[in-house]
Design a protein around this ligand. Structure first.
Ligand SMILES: [Fe+2]
Ligand SMILES: [Fe+2]
Length: 197
């Protein structure tokens, strides 16, 4: 089957549109977090936004045979407008879950059925990535909900300053980093730093 006459062409364009929107929703959410001086949340959204950008690129490349044409799609996309960090994190986690569990597995099935195996493979791989996005957003949504983003039950907790790398041990990160003077919003649990790499 030629891509031009396929359903795969439609779903790849839907995936591209979805990724473009996810990237921008996250960049907007990052701006909101920045306004609230929550650098750790801002980074979470920017880091994920960059990955969505790469997913968009991959889907566009898979549409390469249709270069110069346009593809009509019908789809619904979420409106995640909020000034509330909790809501932004919860909505992001919900959207990632939908992509990981419903949208991309279904798209991968369609591409495989039509014989577009590289596309099916990328769709499956990206579904797995979206699952890690869901987990990451849920982790921070839970910390924020419980008031534990900058608080721990353990006095042995290590906190890393995302600006200069200073490590502080205690139940709370300092209100200002003693090394670089950046605010508490740059602090993250040491075990969570890998999530921001
Ligand atoms: Fe994505
Ligand atoms: Fe994602």
């Amino acid at each position: 089957m030629e891509l031009k006459n396929s359903q795969t062409k439609i779903i790849l364009m839907r995936a591209f549109a979805g990724e473009c929107q996810a990237q921008n929703r996250y960049l907007i959410a990052a701006d909101t977090a920045k306004q609230q001086k929550l650098n750790v949340i801002e980074r979470l959204f920017r880091f994920t936004a960059l990955q969505e950008h790469q997913h968009a690129r991959i889907f566009q490349e898979l549409l390469g045979e249709c270069a110069g044409e346009s593809v009509e799609i019908t789809a619904d996309f979420p409106v995640d407008v909020s000034g509330d960090i909790q809501q932004l994190l919860d909505l992001a986690a919900r959207d990632e879950k939908h992509e990981a569990e419903t949208v991309y597995p279904e798209f991968a099935r369609i591409a495989a059925e039509e014989g577009f195996l590289p596309a099916a493979e990328k769709l499956r791989a990206i579904a797995e990535i979206e699952e890690t996005h869901r987990q990451r957003f849920e982790r921070f949504a839970q910390l924020w909900r419980e008031g534990m983003l900058f608080r721990s039950d353990s006095t042995e907790q290590q906190w890393v300053c995302l600006n200069c790398g200073h490590i502080h041990t205690g139940s709370e990160p300092p209100s200002e980093c003693p090394v670089c003077s950046f605010p508490q919003g740059y602090s993250i649990r040491r075990e969570d730093t890998w999530k921001m790499l």
